[in-house]
Ligand binder design. Sequence first.
Ligand code: E4P
Length: 214
Amino acid sequence: MKFFIDTANIEEIRKASEWGILSGVTTNPSLIAKEGRDFIEVIKEITSIVDGPISAEVIGLKTDEMVKEGEQLASLHKNIVIKIPMTVEGLKAVHALKQKNIKTNVTLIFSANQALMAARAGASYVSPFAGRLDDIGYDGISLIEDIHQIFAYHGIETEIIAASIRHPMHVTQSAKAGSDIATVPYKVLEQMIKHPLTDIGIEKFLADWNKAQK
Ligand code: E4P
């Protein structure tokens, strides 16, 4: 499973990219709004840091608006992937963008049927939102398992991006469920590195080393 970072914060992207673990970036309108900066400027800056798929989401809800925005965003850089919400209008936009060789990531996926339809419309990626399903008492990870099973069974090449990741266990569970990618907030990436026994181990090794030097 590959790692994307789920943020529009340049510092976070820069730091995680230095760790050598990043394959891409996902943003959404809420994450962009949080930065209080121009959308296009932020996306362009991200493309200069990470050489991998960078999802930028459309705002329009009509197919023609989504296609127009998608074309504009895709013209910024070869790595831009257009994030499209899972609606009828969205499916039509995915299909139209596919004809223009523009990659899409269908977002706000909450059922296996939605994922299957997005894939059949021509999506390069689908983003099931694990955390938001857990929030309302459903099992987000079992949705990822279902989508993986269906895509594998039918030879569907659309990649699964486990999204709405809230904690390190979600990442492990997504990997076990067969997700191709997890898009992870910076805070969770940091938590994944840490283990108390690692810190204790380093302390002990150094203490033993220093004792032997006396
Ligand atoms: C996915 O691409 C979305 O940006 C994201 O994972 C949403 O996560 P949230 O539920 O924490 O807002």
